[in-house]
Design a protein around this ligand. Structure first.
Ligand SMILES: NC(=O)c1ccc[n+]([C@@H]2O[C@H](COP(=O)([O-])OP(=O)(O)OC[C@H]3O[C@@H](n4cnc5c(N)ncnc54)[C@H](O)[C@@H]3O)[C@@H](O)[C@H]2O)c1
Length: 254
């Protein structure tokens, strides 16, 4: 899988975040040219990659802004000599999203969560689909969440947004398939990023781990390997699917 990805060019939105930055770094270690697009300055991730002799372009931009998204794709095409093989949509508010009953979600909160997770993926995929359609190949991955599968309480804005990405992957897979482009989603369980570990009580973290079939914490690298599979030739005929990377947490009760 990793050997076949060598020389590929990919865009990682939300690439300055915990899972996105790990994805960018591991892909770069394996010879992938990565473009890191984030509303937060991605230069520390670019510096980390360059220090390890990897090739990266950082683009600080709001993926909710269609013009900024189009400019980002143009910059990547210029940097890569006209090639984009894959796009992974990690961008989205998650850590600071208030967990409240849905009747306490005001419109501003709803819009910021849904737009940062759904509109960003729509805009980035729309922009990248033009060069991919012209090239006749491409791989897209939307980063959903297993909360969409089990319907997490007090998190309706987030679960609704993440469920939308599952439907978006399926519809895009249908429309882009004839152009040789595959579109899938991943649904991580609770990933023990530094922000998650800092924000959650140990009791809650243990409870989630014990609710999985596999009683080990999910870490960033688990998501990196899943998205790598989905953008690699190993997943050639996989499209319209959602791969849950959650240790079997949503298998239902026995
Ligand atoms: N950590 C988890 O447990 C977990 C579980 C399931 C799904 N996810 C999803 O995985 C993705 C990454 O999560 P993370 O833990 O690394 O979170 P994170 O907050 O570290 O990363 C998200 C990144 O998205 C960026 N972003 C937000 N809005 C943006 C916009 N409009 N334009 C450009 N960039 C924008 C942020 O700046 C941030 O760098 C998120 O979509 C999250 O919902 C995370």
């Amino acid at each position: 899988m990793w050997a076949e990805l060598q020389g590929a060019v990919g865009i990682i939105t939300g690439g300055a975040g915990a899972i996105g930055s790990e994805t960018a770094a591991v892909f770069a270690e394996h010879g992938v040219t990565v473009a890191i697009a984030d509303i937060v300055d991605p230069s520390p991730v670019v510096a980390r990659i360059n220090a390890a002799d990897g090739r990266a372009l950082g683009v600080q931009a709001d993926m909710n802004d269609p013009d900024a998204v189009d400019r980002m794709v143009a910059d990547v095409l210029e940097f890569s000599g006209g090639r984009i093989d894959f796009l992974i949509n990690f961008a989205g508010l998650f850590n600071d999203v208030p967990r409240v009953p849905f009747w306490e979600i005001d419109l501003a909160m709803w819009d910021s969560v849904v737009e940062s997770n759904v509109r960003t993926a729509f805009l980035a995929t729309r922009a990248v689909s033009a060069p991919m359609r012209a090239a006749g190949h491409g791989r897209i991955v939307h980063v959903s969440s297993n909360t969409a599968a089990f319907g997490m309480g007090n998190f309706l804005h987030y679960t609704s947004a993440k469920a939308a990405l599952v439907g978006m992957a399926r519809s895009m897979a249908r429309e882009l398939g004839p152009f040789g482009i595959a579109v899938n989603a991943v649904g991580p369980g609770l990933v023990h990023t530094p922000a998650v570990v800092a924000a959650q009580e140990q009791k809650y973290l243990d409870q989630v781990v014990n609710g999985q079939c596999l009683h080990q914490p999910i870490v960033q690298r688990d998501i990196v390997d899943a998205v790598a599979f989905l953008v690699s030739p190993a997943a050639r005929m996989v499209t319209g699917q959602t791969l849950l990377v959650n240790g079997g947490a949503t298998m239902g009760s026995f």
